[in-house]
Design a protein around this ligand. Structure first.
Ligand code: MCN
Length: 743
């Protein structure tokens, strides 16, 4: 196996720093004269703020102070057509709409003092009844074609599902520090945060620098714009002192955006042989109290685009109703719309298999889109550029020994089940033009600069953000491969708008497909310029120069100059074509993908349930994923493991519970995360036979794959083990035991 460059399982260069305690996270930062901010948050789900009172010796700001300074409302980053977007203020002005909404900001020299001071702020509320209202309706597909297909169908199978609301649980809580013109902010999307905060504070983007340093996980929810960013940036300017806010763990539950929360009714029409004829999906998605940054996009355009999955269903229609409720806003959480789509489809397909008396593998086999149909235009919009779904499917069944399951079940003393999930992931939202037509207020390109130093060491600057994905390693692998520069001589810079002037960020598994592609294009520009410099040095025509193994060579001769010689000549241009070429070796590329990169895969989960207690033990989990060209197989496997753990958590344990707008699961005593002992040894492999056809690396994203396939695979296995038709996530021992008792 290769030990460097693209395809090599290179150890992560960032880990030495982290493992030796040299990371630099938000809470590690402090500035002279810094004040600590603590927020007074609403205890009510819905209330009018009557009066806010506090002793004169306290330093407290309220929404009125921000209003006087003309701080503008927070706006969503995506406005689905027809969407209602009520104003959202960083500090509430008249009304609070969810428990945890910030009402007043209290400042003191230490955090403890700020916490004590916050206790002395008294807020008089007039509680209001909780409400629910429609924010948007979003449809896709051809309703008439679906009705016509249903009229002719031999079978019709329908299902009602809840996709449980989840919350993110990164090791490091969110945090923001403002100092001078810099906002240090643990965010996945520094450039987006700059735009949002500047728009609200009336600043030019050149007046605010965002630095997102090392970050202990983001999982999608740290990619969104939050009130605290505006509050802290504004307060620091007003107080002329650095200001720091870091969330306490319970605050995270009350203020971080949450994920999923769908109610869906779906119906599948089939012919005699189990062929899918039409699919009708009706989903109600809870957006919470306000439209968060991508809060409407995730259940609208993103989720609905994936409802064809890996299947050739000729007619599909989907209607999504986004509704407000008096809860924390929802937004992206690892998978973001795709696990929801996968869950609907796979549960429905399992149910159809059951209704028709077909094996669950067989019904899928009959309906998978064959490779020969690529590129495949789905009836709901997207066109898949490539993929060999049947191959990935058969391989997954083979590695999981699906055929041998019956024997294993027979020899099991518990309730044993096997489950299959076929998933599709639209990595890297694209293209900007199409997203714009669907309401996006931002672009979806990525920018990369490759800067070669005079000594031929290389720094690359990207608009993406590394918060656990290993970018410092994988991006360096790409450059090392392309430029022939030693891996140790490459440095990757992300997360600082002063160093990286433009960018989009890391979410939607876009970093490799979009950021990596921008990097690839920038490195091609470096080589193109290097060829011109080399041609001059070698007194040859640029067209005759080849770049191979780190050397620029006159084709067919042994005359060559090294990459280092070319870099040296670029910066000490003594022998250099200055009349036709600028000095320097420094190139930037913007890359706006023409399409999503469609990662896909098939997961097979096997488990046993203890009939006495309802406890589930996963026995094995096999995943075969097509993520196109793999840059670092070790990192990809780690990404899969993390995603799988989150997906399994959704299936078996995690659930955000509200009662009358009060959050009942606001601690890790009440919100159950999966632990290492709950997880089996994962067996993951990739299929690289179908590289993405439209990006220059051929790579498709993998960061969310595990979280997309796992809930459906685990639930499929559980239903099989229990022999029941319905069971809700999270399938806790209690719920499972109740299901057993009902039988
Ligand atoms: N990779 C690769 N070959 C491929 C695809 C990816 O080697 N064909 C590598 C990439 O180079 C990168 C990593 O795998 O180092 C993930 O790449 P990608 O799929 O592009 O995903 P992103 O880097 O854009 O990460 C975002 C994705 C999302 S959306 C969430 S949420 C998420 C995740 O990744 N949150 C994470 N993985 C996480 N991992 C950690 N540790 N922490 C989080 O918060």
């Amino acid at each position: 196996m290769k030990d460097w460059g693209i395809g090599a399982p290179v150890l992560r260069v960032e880990d030495l720093r982290f493992l030796t305690g040299s990371g630099r996270f938000i809470d590690d930062l402090a500035f002279p004269g810094m004040l600590h901010c603590v927020l007074v948050r609403s205890p009510h789900a819905h209330a009018r703020v009557r009066r806010i009172e506090f002793p004169q010796d306290l330093l407290v700001f309220t929404g009125r102070d921000m209003e006087k300074d003309r701080v503008g409302p927070m706006r969503a980053g995506w406005q689905v057509p027809g969407m209602v977007e009520p104003p959202r203020w960083a500090l509430a002005r008249e009304t609070v709409r969810h428990v945890g909404e910030p009402v007043a900001a209290v400042f003191a020299a230490t955090r403890a003092r700020a916490e004590d001071a916050a206790e002395r702020v008294s807020v008089e509320y007039e509680p209001l009844a909780s409400i629910s209202d429609v924010c948007f309706r979003w449809t896709r597909g051809d309703a008439a074609a679906v009705e016509a297909a249903f009229a002719k169908a031999a079978h019709r199978v329908d299902i009602e599902l809840i996709n449980n609301r989840l919350c993110g649980a990164a090791l490091e809580a969110r945090g923001v520090i403002a100092s001078g013109d810099t906002l240090y902010c643990a965010t996945q999307a520094p450039h987006h945060i700059r735009s949002h905060v500047c728009a609200e504070l009336g600043l030019r983007e050149t007046e605010l620098r965002i630095v997102s340093p090392d970050m202990g996980g983001g999982f999608g929810y740290k990619g969104k714009h939050y009130p605290e960013e505006t509050i802290v940036a504004w307060a620091a300017r007003r107080l002329r002192r650095p200001v720091k806010w870091v969330a306490a763990r319970q605050e995270s539950f009350l203020s971080d955006t949450q994920g999923r929360d769908h109610r869906t009714h779906a119906v599948l029409a089939l012919n005699e042989e189990g062929g899918f004829l039409a699919l009708k999906v009706n989903t109600t998605a809870d957006l919470g109290a306000y439209v968060s940054t991508f809060g409407a996009a995730i259940p609208g355009p993103i989720y609905s685009a994936l409802l064809a999955g890996l299947y050739r269903t000729p007619a599909i229609h989907i209607e999504v109703t986004g509704v407000f409720s008096n809860t924390v806003p929802t937004d992206a959480y690892r998978g973001a719309g795709r696990p929801e789509a996968c869950y609907v489809l796979e549960r429905l397909v399992d149910k159809a298999a059951f209704a028709l008396g077909l094996d669950r593998a067989e019904i899928r086999r009959r309906n998978l889109i064959p490779r020969a149909s690529m590129p495949y235009k789905t009836p709901i919009g997207p066109t898949y550029d490539c993929g060999d779904f049947p191959k990935v499917f058969e391989r997954a069944l083979e590695v999981a020994d699906y055929a041998g399951f019956a024997a294993r079940k027979q020899s099991s003393r518990k309730l044993r089940g096997i489950g299959i999930a076929c998933y599709l992931e639209s990595s890297g939202v694209a293209p900007s033009r199409l997203a714009g037509m669907m309401g996006a207020r931002v672009g979806f390109y990525e920018a990369a600069t490759v800067r070669v130093a005079p000594d031929a060491s290389v720094t690359a600057y990207l608009g993406t953000h590394n918060h656990g994905q290993g970018h410092a390693t994988t991006f360096a692998q790409i450059l090392s491969e392309r430029l022939g520069v030693d891996f140790q001589n490459i440095r990757i810079v992300e997360g600082d708008t002063a160093a990286v002037p433009v960018g989009t960020g890391t979410f939607g598994s876009r970093s490799i497909a979009v950021g990596g592609s921008a990097l690839e294009v920038a490195s091609r520009k470096i080589i193109a310029k290097g060829k011109k410099i080399a041609a001059h040095l070698l007194e040859a025509a640029p067209a005759d120069i080849e770049f191979n193994g780190g050397k620029f060579q006159v084709a067919g001769t042994d005359r060559a100059v090294s990459f280092a010689q070319v870099a040296g000549a670029a910066y000490v241009p003594h022998n250099y074509p200055l009349e036709s070429l600028e000095p320097g070796l420094d190139e930037t590329a913007f890359y706006d993908p023409p399409n999503f990169a469609f990662s896909n895969g098939v997961h097979v989960c096997e488990l046993e349930v203890d009939p006495e207690t309802g406890a589930t033990q996963l026995v094995s989990y096999h995943a075969v994923d097509d993520i196109g060209t793999v840059i670092n197989p070790m990192i990809v496997e780690g990404q899969m493991h993390g995603g799988l753990a989150q997906g399994i958590g959704q299936a078996l344990a995690e659930r955000t519970v509200y009662e009358d707008g009060q959050l009942l699961s606001a601690s890790f005593m009440d919100y159950a995360l999966p632990r290492a002992g709950d997880l089996p040894e994962f067996r993951c492999e990739t299929d690289e036979s179908q590289p993405c056809t439209h990006n220059p690396l051929g790579a498709k994203g993998c960061g969310e794959s595990g979280a997309i396939g796992a809930p459906a695979a685990v639930m499929s296995a559980l239903l099989d083990a229990l022999g029941v038709a319905d069971l809700e996530m999270p399938a806790t021992p209690h719920r499972i035991w109740q299901a057993i008792m009902r039988e």
